[in-house]
Design a binder for this molecule. Structure first.
Ligand SMILES: Cc1cc2nc3c(=O)[nH]c(=O)nc-3n(C[C@H](O)[C@H](O)[C@H](O)COP(=O)(O)O)c2cc1C
Length: 204
């Protein structure tokens, strides 16, 4: 059932680096699908799963995307770039999709109301900002999952979000936590330089 040649979480985290040079070979569709399926297992508040993915492989679209991302070389150079966006309008309009199928009608109505009420008190901008925070959980899953499957990635926040939306025909209200170049890396990347545990964690 499960592939056995995957890295462990620790191995993937130790080996993952931002990679900005890639072999040009396309990524098999089943690998991309599996990486995104596993990414979609990420948890989210209320189980809302507001993340959506556009997998950009067409050279002309990648070229336009690169223009929207300050011409960062990994956008044109990677065989695929995954645009991770979040859409709370779509999520809340279809909230029934994320309610657990084991619930009966009364439980569903109560759960639906319990989710929609707090969001009704927010502005649309607040709702979308909330969704983008959840999207970052999926981003972490995506980076680790890709590495575990033998692919390297380059997460990017350096882009003009309105321009990316124009290139992909995304609605104005969505948020884009990151775009992620993915492929087989052909450079080492930089060694990890991270805080020591004592700097970031304490007991209480
Ligand atoms: C959300 C996010 C946005 C980033 N944006 C960019 C970017 O636009 N361009 C870039 O070259 N690197 C970008 N990076 C890469 C970071 O600089 C890199 O992750 C960090 O320096 C740690 O290095 P490592 O990824 O090799 O471990 C981004 C990383 C993250 C997580």
């Amino acid at each position: 059932m499960y592939a056995t040649d995957l890295l462990t979480v620790r191995e993937a985290a130790e080996q993952r680096r931002s990679i900005r040079a890639y072999a040009p070979e396309p990524i098999p569709r089943e690998d991309l699908d599996e990486i995104l399926r596993v990414t979609g297992l990420a948890p989210s508040a209320f189980n809302l799963q507001p993340w959506r993915f556009v997998v950009v492989e067409t050279p002309e679209v990648k070229d336009a995307l690169a223009g929207a991302a300050f011409n960062q070389r990994q956008v044109r150079g990677a065989p695929a770039v995954i645009v991770l966006y979040t859409d709370m309008r779509d999520t809340l309009e279809h909230v029934d999709e994320v309610l657990h199928p084991g619930m009966d009608a009364v439980q569903r109505a109560s759960a639906r109301e319990g989710i929609l009420r707090p969001f009704a008190a927010k502005t649309e901008a607040e709702r979308e900002a909330w969704g983008a925070e959840q999207g970052n959980i999926a981003l972490g899953y995506l980076l680790l999952t890709a590495q575990a499957h033998g692919y390297q990635t380059s997460p990017m926040a350096g882009f003009d979000a309105d321009a990316v939306k124009r290139v992909l025909g995304l609605p104005a209200h969505v948020r884009i936590p990151a775009i992620v170049a993915i492929g087989r890396g052909v450079e080492e990347g930089f060694p990890h330089h991270r805080h020591a545990l004592e700097r970031i964690a304490r007991a209480a």
